[in-house]
Design a binder for this molecule. Structure first.
Ligand code: MTE
Ligand code: HPA
Ligand code: MOS
Length: 778
């Protein structure tokens, strides 16, 4: 840990220190309590769901008699048993809680009914006894089919600058291409789970593994037909979420709540892994098509880009996700004349949802493919083409295609730095020499940048609340609207309070996120958790500090300057109190030691009519250099070395930030290389567990993995202690791995042909790309 920037008398755990995650020890010892580990109330029932076995068709008969009569079964519910609203679509309707007799099934794995039984095993055995018949309808399973049928979940959105169509033919060089970008399963370690406990007066206490307790509260209230004040959602932690619990946790909470209401008993619903993979949404797969015009040096002059996201059967968050793909289809590059179309394709598959990056990664992969294609066309090192196209205030090339100024220019220097620290140019030379001598094994190298917009693009979500209680022994309870999913949010927000109140972090306890403590919260998403909840907690802590200061002035008859907060102490002139003594004194003088805080992100707006504005408060930046070794006769490859420089502004916690960068990178690498989702011709997902769906294992960590936080780069905006969000951006650094693989393949045709390589770049696809290039250069 780098201690150089920590003040000498700072409290242990104040902002900027690399303190360990508040649950790290509990995570590794197994003591951290997840919902399935909780001491459930006496008589708790176990729920399970019956899922559809076709992708598209009408339910023509549904016999549940055998299910009802199965051992241990206490209750069975169908669509007809929902007391309130059936549709749980988070933004737009389209997600029925269950589909029943006469309804249309829209994907293989859709919930038809739910049971509650006295044990988990009995519930799971019972659901298999259902007899369901369907009248099948033709299913649309691919983006191409959806495009051909003009089947969309939402209208298209367009972003434009200048006139791409007339600029394209004028460009000295022009290339067209197409790319398939695969989806991704979130693979959180803890599957979706909810425990609902009925309370008096129609109340319901819901323990839910959710990134969005407030939305869970709203939907449980709606399906039950009660007011929001009757429902409380409690989320202490998730065993990973990665976007997969932003909206797709709600259904299980709603079903358990209905069963709990009907039986008067607590009900727990936990999905088994296979059903979790079948029934919950994934990262959107995309199809991109481009037409790009550029000059002799590879500088882009015009771009026409189509991004078609495979949304699955309902809108869910797809409007915002495809928007974010469009917002990031420039990545770090200035696009002079540009037209971007974002299409939301409907298919008869599970509704796709949030996944780290939220569409951004897909947009970036699309443009990085374009950049590599330009480099091959011009016979240039792709790094030089990237540098030539970077946003820059020079020549007024620093406004995005949606009108936001790139104010803080970080990437040119960051890339310069990484190019040196990674020894890029010398390695490029030696790799060329190696490849010239080796017909089969080929090395590839790529440096790719990331510029990621921070803020929810839906403006009203950019708000947060916090609640702080100081007790008479000086200990502090902290609560805020953000949820903990492993990313270290509780630790970072506690550090903010430690800093402001000048107390060691051990005196601060962050309690479970609850809708009765902080109301009307936003999902913990868009990487903005610490930005907005940290600011809300700071506001609450400031109120208490102010109150204590004013009290000290009045009580001791001094001026504000005489009151000092230092590590675990408050001094009033020459009187020295421990923080605890002073809190106790204030209590006895009837000073309130509890405060709420609120924050909303300033400056942001986006007008979808004109497709322009400032959707992001700021950008987080980074770059990675990856080197791979490819066996061009088998398509197998290894990632041999990765160097990363990432911009987190003034880090709130360098240890956690580096963990997020390493983890995000490896997760991105999995997405782009080994994680392949497959469906059969009937729309049934066939990759329903880790045996067939290959996430990176610890052995896939690059053997040389150098991660640096960009030094001396405070956020230009007044964020929490000038830090920058870190949750999602590093995932996209892994695009360098995919680009490096194509670099190795391109060596087979003397770097003159752009290898088309859809993602994930599995060994099979890499082999096909190698064979295509060998054929081309023959
Ligand atoms: N890190 C861990 N360990 N587990 C997670 O589920 N989710 C990611 C990222 N890092 C995730 C994670 C996603 S998708 C987001 S949006 C952010 O964390 C959310 O948290 P933050 O806003 O507090 O960074
Ligand atoms: N990111 C993540 N989640 C979201 C967003 C976003 O931009 N908008 C709505 N939900
Ligand atoms: Mo993260 S995809 O915004 O939950």
């Amino acid at each position: 840990m780098d201690k150089s920037n920590i003040q000498k008398d700072a409290p242990v755990g104040a902002a900027g220190q690399g303190v360990v995650h508040e649950s790290a020890a509990k995570h590794v010892s197994g003591e951290a309590v997840y919902i399935d580990d909780m001491m459930a109330p006496q008589g708790t029932l176990h729920a399970y769901v019956g899922l559809s076995t076709i992708a598209h068709g009408v339910v023509s008969s549904m016999s549940l008699a055998a299910v009802r009569n199965a051992p241990g079964v206490i209750d069975v519910i169908t669509r007809d048993d929902v007391p309130g609203i059936i549709d749980i679509g988070p933004v737009f309707p389209g997600d029925p809680l269950m589909v029943g007799l006469g309804d249309t099934v829209e994907f293989h794995g859709q919930v038809l009914f739910a049971v509650a039984a006295t044990s988990y095993a009995e519930a799971r055995r019972a659901v298999r006894l259902a007899k369901v018949e369907y009248t099948s309808l033709p299913a649309c399973l691919s983006i191409e089919d959806g495009l051909a049928a003009e089947s969309f979940v939402r209208p298209a959105h367009y972003q434009r600058r200048g006139d791409a169509q007339s600029a394209l033919p004028k460009a000295p060089h022009r290339v067209q291409g197409e790319l398939q970008i695969g989806g991704q399963e979130q693979m959180y370690l803890e599957g979706q789970v909810s425990l609902c406990v009925p309370e008096e007066d129609g109340g319901m206490l819901v323990y839910s593994s959710t990134q969005n307790p407030t939305e869970g509260q709203k939907l449980v209230a709606e399906v039950l037909g009660v007011d929001l004040h009757q429902v409380t959602v409690d989320t202490r932690r998730m065993g990973g979420a990665f976007g997969g619990k932003e909206t797709h946790a709600n259904q299980w909470a709603c079903l358990a709540a209905i069963l709990a209401r009907r039986t008067g008993r607590a009900v727990k619903l936990r999905l088994a892994r296979g059903d979790d993979m079948r029934a919950t949404g994934k990262r959107h797969h995309f199809l991109s098509r481009y037409d790009v015009g550029f000059d002799h040096e590879g500088q882009i002059q015009a771009l026409d880009l189509m991004l078609a996201g495979g949304c699955g059967m309902s809108p869910d968050l797809s409007d915002a996700i495809v928007d974010r793909a469009m917002f990031h289809s420039d990545n770090a590059y200035y696009l002079p004349d540009v037209a971007i179309a974002g299409l939301r394709v409907k298919t008869h598959t599970v509704s796709n949802t949030a996944f780290r990056g939220f569409g951004g990664p897909q947009g970036m992969v699309a443009i990085e493919d374009v950049i590599d294609a330009i480099a091959r066309d011009r016979g240039l090192d792709p790094l030089d083409v990237r540098k030539r196209n970077l946003y820059s205030a020079k020549g007024n090339r620093n406004t995005t295609h949606y009108g936001q100024l790139v104010e803080q220019e970080v990437l040119p220097l960051l890339i310069e730095r990484l190019e040196k620290t990674s020894d890029y140019r010398a390695r490029r030379e030696s790799i060329r020499a190696f490849n010239a001598e080796n017909p089969v094994l080929r090395r590839g190298l790529a440096l790719t940048p990331v510029k990621f917009g921070i803020s929810f693009t839906v403006q009203h979500l950019n708000q947060a609340g916090a609640l702080i209680h100081v007790y008479t022994d000086g200990s502090i309870q902290l609560n805020h609207g953000g949820t903990e999913m492993g990313q270290g949010l509780y630790t970072k927000v506690a550090q903010v309070v430690a800093e402001e109140l000048q107390v060691d972090i051990e005196h601060i306890r962050c309690t479970a996120t609850r809708t009765d403590k902080i109301p009307n919260t936003s999902p913990t998403a868009a990487s903005s958790g610490s930005d907005i909840n940290g600011m809300a907690a700071l506001a609450a802590a400031r109120k208490i500090r102010k109150r204590l200061t004013v009290f000290a002035c009045e009580h001791f008859g001094v001026s504000e300057e005489s009151v000092q907060f230092s590590r675990n102490r408050i001094t009033v002139d020459d009187r020295i109190f421990s923080f605890a003594e002073f809190a106790n004194l204030a209590y006895h003088q009837r000073i309130s030691l509890s405060a709420t805080g609120f924050y909303r992100t300033p400056k942001i707006h986006y007008d979808r009519e004109t497709a322009s504005g400032r959707p992001f408060y700021y950008f987080a930046n980074g770059a990675a250099v990856s080197e791979v070794l490819v066996d061009t006769l088998t398509g197998e490859y290894r990632v041999e070395r990765v160097d990363i420089c990432h911009d987190v502004g003034n880090s709130l916690n360098p240890a956690i930030d580096i963990g997020q960068i390493e983890g995000g990178f490896v997760q991105g690498m999995g997405w782009l290389t080994s994680e392949e989702l497959a469906w059969d011709d009937n729309g049934r997902l066939t990759t329903v567990g880790p045996a067939t769906y290959k996430i990176p294992a610890i052995g896939d960590t690059p053997p040389i993995f150098n991660v640096e936080l960009l030094p001396d780069s405070p956020n230009a905006e007044a964020t929490i202690f000038r830090s920058k969000a870190v949750g999602e951006p590093p995932l996209m650094l892994a695009i360098s791995v995919w680009s490096a693989i194509r670099d190795a393949v391109a060596s087979l045709a003397d770097y003159r042909v752009h290898p088309s390589l859809d993602t994930p770049a599995t060994p099979e696809r890499v082999l096909l790309a190698c064979e295509a290039l060998r054929a081309e250069s023959r």
